[in-house]
Design a protein around this ligand. Sequence first.
Ligand code: TEU
Ligand code: CA
Length: 555
Amino acid sequence: MKKWWHDKVAYQIYPKSFYDTNGDGIGDLKGIINKLDYLKELGIDIIWLSPIYCSPMVDQGYDISDYYNIDPSFGTMDDMETLLKETKKRNMYVIMDLVVNHCSDKHEWFRKALEDPDGEYGEYFYIREGKGNKPPCNWRSYFGGSVWERIPNTNKYYFHAFAKEQPDLNWENPKVKEEIYKMINWWLDKGLAGFRIDAIINIKKDLSFQDFEADGDDGLCDMSKMLEKVIGIGDMLKELKEETFDKYDAFTVGEVFNAKEGELYKFIGKDGYFSSIFDFDMEVLGQEQSNRWYLNKDFTTNQLRDVIFKSQIEALGIGFKANIIENHDEPRGASRYIIDGECNDISKKALAIIEVMRRGIPFIYQGQEIGMTNNKVDCINKFNDISTIENYDRAIKEGFSKEEALRLVNKFSRDNARTPFQWDNSINAGFTKGTPWLQVNENYKEINAKLQIDDKDSVLSFYKKLINLRKSNEYKEVVVYGEFIPDLEAYDNVIAFYRKGANKCLMVIINYQNKEQIINFNKTYKILINNYKDLKFVNNELMLKPYQGIIIEIL
Ligand code: TEU
Ligand code: CA
């Protein structure tokens, strides 16, 4: 059955770094309203806002102290309502980040829990007695250290999967669930189109809290060990959607890393828990353990191609994944998926084809469309992100030199994607008239939106072309619903596939390497999109230039 969101294109805004209108160095809701026409022009339908709720910002808004209000640094509820009105006018939709695995330690529920751990609000969290002088078990939080934090003057500990300022909410408590459902419906009633659902796979814990074998020098073990084993998340997610999203035909995207093999249909199938889930297969390539970046391995283009194919095929006949090449937790796609020294407008356009032409819902992250790249930071103190600093410290504890640790966090830091949006070549890239909360990438004079808007050969214009193709009357059906069929796998470093629809068949061929590649080819075709001016085709041979990417219609 067709759904309203199937043919849409989504865009993630990281509000703090998008556009600042009052000179405090922090992007705001008015800034987003100001740039809606830019997004509309790009072809965006759905905007996902990273959290803008009240927050002490220990984890940039992913620590919420009040779910019903807007953090003053972003604006007011009036601004939010204006944003909803202005998007509606433009036939655009807004989804917000739903962060309900945990809240902030400043949330009133948690403050009350600390006052009386054995009382009603203690039950809103996971509070357990320590084992002798030690925490209840040896699981490692995603941001390092134990998942348990001792409550002062007691032998009780509370559970936090992320930072200690992000206590996990107790999803086994019906009252907590009721509060969460009420809050979700309150927002949907306001006119939100849905949610991106944060860290949701963590809501189900194995309540036996037993130790696992340590996998690091810290004597702790990755939480994934527990998540792989625990059962029962399905019931929670089913109830969640029935009590909320279903009633509104909302669009939901789950941040799900650990869907078990063969269980995708439960998440995004016809009666799935969510409309879609992110495809993180490219992002976790080479990753040894969650959030221990210094252990990450390099990967080849063939490996990259293989994970893309595998993930695409997995979703066929089941549902639609949300396709990304970067987000606010990841390095810039152009820096991660293009070899250093080969990153240029041509290769960025090749990557853009992968973003938009996979089957699923494209989610473009702010700045991706102009080819923003990783930032270079020369000193650990210049990072802001909690996870970056923690990774650096841990790498050093585990024996890496300071230089090596700095190099590695530069490569993977979440701040790479969080530097301010580069609007133009004026001071601070036109992001703010004040002092930006995070250093602007120094390449803003070469990479900015203003330079690219009127340049028909820019990365930005190329994204527009791709989105236009996806939305055109002629090719919409095949780009949105067409099957995904891999091809040319015998060629190294070539990423090629068909999108086969009811009446049309498109083929994507990308020579994803810095040298020419000849490909035997005996089909009749029409070129729809090409990141070079021409395409050499002689005697049944396609001669692809370095990083040449084409979309052709097979006739
Ligand atoms: O991320 C969840 C998550 O699993 C992250 O730990 C992710 O693996 C990591 O950031 C990659 O480096 C979500 C949000 O997207 C993230 O920004 C938050 O910090 C986190 O939840 C806690 O709310
Ligand atoms: Ca501001």
